[in-house]
Design a binder for this molecule. Structure first.
Ligand SMILES: [Ca+2]
Ligand SMILES: [Ca+2]
Length: 302
């Protein structure tokens, strides 16, 4: 799926020749794996202008709508780069009733800066509405402020507490009124170089455990976040192994990969994380953003 901004946005913002190519994947894995309830989306982002875009923020909106969209809450897990939504009460009228799933958007990998470092996720905003805004209002939201430019709580990382903690920073603990919720997770500011190609890789997944409350199911999201990020960091090798045992054709494909390629050289995210842990005295890799665009061959074969 390809979309672009070669035409003006309804907000009045002019075209900036930015192209996004989205590739959507799902895995079948062993029965207990959270991968079975996940979609992985790779957004390839191409700056097709001949100028750098300075002070760029890159963000992802998520309109969660847990069944009935009028009674939801949102939360964030900043150290796992996750935003999530859960029902704000125990009855999802007209939707799921009393067994109500929770849903997460897990930002597995962000864009790269001009030195090839991964830009860190900076803000997770929880909004009631993000429709019909002006360009400057979108920019305010992306930079961790409300649409009118006023500062958002916690430097724009909202509701980062566990809702099971009665004293935590969560909508549940604060006693907010449930309602419509839209999440916005954003990176920046950074320079999006001319002709650069970046990847934003995102997992969308849910937890549905009938008999548990939404807040109880959120606890499983915390655990699944570790699992899915770990699978991504290792090129989803457990899913590949599972498929190998069931599908001889894929096993043949897999055997062609050299161990060194599948373990380290091809897993782009892993490389970046290792680099980013080095000390500042270590020379960073000089690379155009395109040079690092190599992902796991089993994950994105095209
Ligand atoms: Ca709901
Ligand atoms: Ca309700």
């Amino acid at each position: 799926m390809v979309y672009n901004s070669f035409t003006a946005h309804p907000s009045g913002f002019g075209p900036i020749a930015l192209e996004v190519q989205a590739q959507i994947l799902a895995y079948k894995s062993n029965n207990s794996s959270p991968l079975n309830n996940a979609l992985i989306v790779r957004y390839k982002i191409i700056n097709r202008t001949d100028t750098d875009i300075n002070s760029c923020y890159l963000g992802l909106f998520a309109d969660f709508d847990i069944g009935n969209p009028g009674d939801d809450f949102m939360g964030s897990i900043p150290n796992k780069n996750i935003m999530y939504a859960y029902n704000g009460d125990l009855n999802d009228e007209g939707g799921f009733g009393q067994n109500i799933p929770v849903m997460a958007v897990d930002m597995l990998r962000g864009p790269l800066d001009t030195l090839g470092y991964e830009v860190q996720l900076r803000h997770i905003m929880a909004l009631e509405n993000a429709d019909n805004l002006q360009a400057s209002e979108y920019y305010n939201l992306l930079s961790g402020r409300f649409a009118d430019g006023s500062p958002a709580p916690n430097n724009g990382v909202m509701y980062a507490g566990n809702p099971s903690d009665p004293n935590g920073n969560s909508e549940q603990a604060l006693g907010n009124a449930p309602g419509q919720r839209v999440g916005l997770a954003s990176y920046g500011p950074f320079t999006l170089q001319s002709s650069s190609v970046n990847e934003l890789i995102v997992a969308y997944y849910y937890v549905y455990e009938p008999g548990k409350t939404p807040v109880e199911m959120v606890q499983q999201l915390f655990s699944n976040g570790n699992t899915i990020q770990g699978l991504y960091d290792n090129c989803f090798m457990d899913a590949a192994l599972y498929l190998m045992l069931r599908r001889p054709t894929l096993a043949l494909f897999h055997k062609k990969q050299e161990p060194s390629q599948t373990r380290g050289g091809s897993c782009h995210y892993h490389i970046i994380k290792k680099v980013s842990r080095q000390t500042s005295s270590t020379k960073p890799p000089r690379c155009p953003q395109f040079a690092f665009l190599r992902t796991c061959p089993l994950m994105f074969p095209y």
